[in-house]
Design a protein around this ligand. Structure first.
Ligand SMILES: [Zn+2]
Length: 233
């Protein structure tokens, strides 16, 4: 059994960690905090006939569809940022330290051989820029076949904190909210701390996962760090 003092301590650590996560969408953060409350602190947590899902929905004042929308928001996936790339020609200027920048007449995508991520290229019609683009175009041509499955860069925050049947929940959320049945879990794992590090991206650290089926809120740890200062049960 988890004592009340343990539960308070764990709830505090969970909350502190959640507030320390900089890139949590608001709805995901609210859901994590509510799941923590319902499992660790809620006076109704020992009622065997109050399922975690129903009680969390009640605490957050959400209807069932809004709950599934929140889950859909956290589906682990790779998202390409269509607005991130430069808008003009990407060939460098001669003698000036900047890109050409003229409006592009050809555009294509290249897939990174390490991350599987997509990069947009665009070039104008000037012969020198076309000349610069040619080897890049050749390199890009078969890059999709050689690239690995893209490393996810979005979602995967709920499994950082809780052990649950996330895969079937994500699948259902994709089906009922996004009307997409083809989603498959990333081979890298569902939890964002399991994904390979990508330079320039902050990778969330592991946190002891709380098992949500247990009313007493026990932590399960697959390589998860032990909570500092928590007493063991
Ligand atoms: Zn150009």
């Amino acid at each position: 059994m988890t004592t009340d003092l343990d539960a308070i301590h764990r709830y505090d650590q969970l909350t502190a960690r959640v507030y320390g996560e900089r890139r949590l969408p608001t709805c995901t953060r609210d859901l994590i905090l509510a799941l923590g409350w319902v499992t660790l602190r809620d006076p109704k947590r020992h009622h065997p006939d109050v399922p975690v899902w129903d009680r969390t929905r009640e605490v957050l004042n959400l209807d069932n569809r809004q709950m599934w929308e929140t889950i859909a928001e956290d589906v682990p996936r790779y998202e390409h940022d269509w607005h991130a790339g430069p808008s003009g020609c990407q060939a460098p200027m001669v003698r000036v330290d900047r890109l050409c920048g003229r409006s592009t007449t050809i555009g294509f995508a290249e897939f990174d051989p390490a991350t599987g991520w997509m990069r947009d290229w665009g070039f104008c019609s000037r012969p020198r820029c076309r000349e610069y683009a040619r080897p890049i175009l050749e390199r890009a041509e078969h890059s999709k076949d050689r690239a690995p499955e893209p490393i996810p860069n979005a979602g995967g925050r709920l499994p950082l904190f809780f052990a649950w049947n996330w895969e079937s929940r994500y699948r259902k959320a994709m089906r009922v909210i996004r009307h997409r049945t083809e989603w498959e879990p990333p081979s890298y794992g569902l939890s964002a701390d399991e994904w390979p590090a990508v330079p320039g991206q902050d990778k969330p650290q592991a946190f002891p996962k709380l098992r949500l089926v247990a009313v007493s809120g026990e932590f399960v740890g697959r390589d998860a760090p032990v909570l500092a200062g928590s007493r063991h049960t």
